[in-house]
Structure formats: structure tokens, C-alpha cells
Design a protein around this ligand. Sequence first.
Ligand code: RIB
Ligand code: CA
Length: 327
Amino acid sequence: MAIPVVLDVDTGVDDACALLLAALHPALDLRAVTCVGGNAAVDPVVANTLTVLDAAGRADVPVARGAERPLLEAPVDARHVHGHDGMGDLDWARSERAPDPRHAVELLRDVLDEAAAHADDAHRVTLIPLAPLTNIALLLRTYPSAAKGIREIVFMGGAAHVGNATASAEFNVFHDPEAAAVVLDACAELDIPVTMYGLDVFYAPRVSLETARTLAAPGGHDAAELAGRLIEFQCQRFGSPDATIGDAGAVCAVLEPAGVRREQLPVRVELAGTWSRGRTIVDRRDWSGDLSHDPHGQAPASIDVCLEVDAQRYATLWLDTVSGGMR
Ligand code: RIB
Ligand code: CA
């Protein structure tokens, strides 16, 4: 049985790469996509998401509009990275499909409640947040019973060692630190397994400009062309001979978990630091010793942190899928 998945996105060039993989790979059952403000405002995110799913021939997948802004932090975007429209400013006609009338949190609740209604675990959903965690925090605090429909959460965000939005913090967590803290707290309370696919692995799976141009060359206005042009945009934006598949790596980690090395570690989110707000504080100390002197104590949330990745394996998985090789 294909793995039921739901993606929460701020599409986003690399969110688009992830959506193509999730929509096309036969081992995944993409049940829904929910949108949140992040790389761009939520309405362009919805338009971009619908467009990507149309290119993948997946107009059957419901898309819902979610939070416009973080819980507390003032909203910022990343259009300096993703282009003015949030998806590379490609000359690509936007979908005419309307989003699902439900709010993202309601769509998530309905999909998860339906999954939980089945007797066997095979229907439980792997939730893959690839954006600020605002929708997920609202879901888990508003409808905690929806957790019964969640198999695990594999999210792109945070980092053990590096930052990108600031010297200290990763963009998705920095954009809404309170939401990230709420999600870790709720998952510990609701016993939801969590994997963090953070910056320590995020940049490693890469595709060359040459490969991207080969992918786009037939010009079928399809997933392959869109995939190639998304990579090409990043290469041109950064003047690089290759570009990361970014968020798509988190979907790869669901498809082929053996492609990452992970450790279960205590993680907290810094909310008060002047220079460290939004940092995921990954505790790599040996807790078998005497740490009773530590006034902070061990973080309540111990999650699987991805520390290494087989980059070529994930880049190949993505390419084989978006090029049609997996269908
Ligand atoms: O820090 C990288 C993350 O921020 C990715 O999800 C990217 O799409 C942006 O949302
Ligand atoms: Ca994203």
C-alpha cells in the first residue's frame, strides 16, 4: 500500500520540487496539500501549489489555504531567494483551479480523522511540513485528537549546527519560532514520532544545471520541464553550476529512510535570544552521565535529527521520479 502523505508548503521553488516528487512517486499517496505564508504570501503560495500539481497531472489533490502570518512574529518573505512570485518568476501559466473551501487546519483535521477511522495503521498519514509550522501548531492545539491519524511528522526545518535566515536560525523555524516550539511540545505530549530534516542535510542533494536543461529541453509543459526550470532558476539566481532539491529531500527521507543517518536527540526552540531566536537547540551531550547540574534539564522533545545524507541517492531518486522514470 502506498504511504499516505500530506504536505504543508510555502511554495517556494524547492517546495515545488517536493510537490512534484510527492505527486508522482508511486509509493506515495498524496492525500492533500496545505499552504502557509512563508517564502511568499499565502495567496501566491496557493496559486503556485495548484500550478505545480496541475503540471504533475494531479488536479485531484485538494489544496487548502492556511495561516497568513506567524503566531506572533511579524511576517517576512524569502522572495529574494524564490523570486517575486515565490516560484522562480517562470513564464508559466497559473492554475485556474480553486483551492478547497476549507481552511488548511480543517482540511488537515478531516484527512487525519478519516485516516484514524480505519482499523489498520496503514492508513495513518505521514505529515511532511516544508514551511513555517504555523498550520501544524494550530492543528495540534485546536484538534489534538487528529493526532490519532498521524503516523509520523517529517519536517524540513531547523538545524543542529548551522543557520540560513540568520547566523543562528533556519528560515522555517525563524519565521514562526512559537509555532515550532508548540509543535515539538504537542508531539511530545501526543506521542507523535518526529524527524527533523534540517540544514545539516538540506543543501547536499543537488542537481546540475546541465541535467536541469536536459530535463526541460523537450518542453512538454509538464512535470519534467517544470522541474528542470526550477533547478535552472536556482542555478542562475546563485550563479552556481548546480542547485539543491531542498524540501524534496524531506520527501526522499520518507521514501528511502535509509538514505539519512539520524540520531534521536533532545531539541528545544530558542524563543528569547537576541541573536539566537528561532534556533533549534539540538542537545548532543551524552545524557547517560550526571547532568543533574544542568538547570535547564533535558528537553521534553526527543526527535530524530538527520545529521548525514546520501546526497546522490536522493538526487537520483528525485530525478528518476520527475523525469517519468518512476511512473
Ligand atoms: O530554510 C529552508 C526552508 O525555507 C525551505 O523550506 C525553503 O522552502 C524555505 O521555506
Ligand atoms: Ca519551504
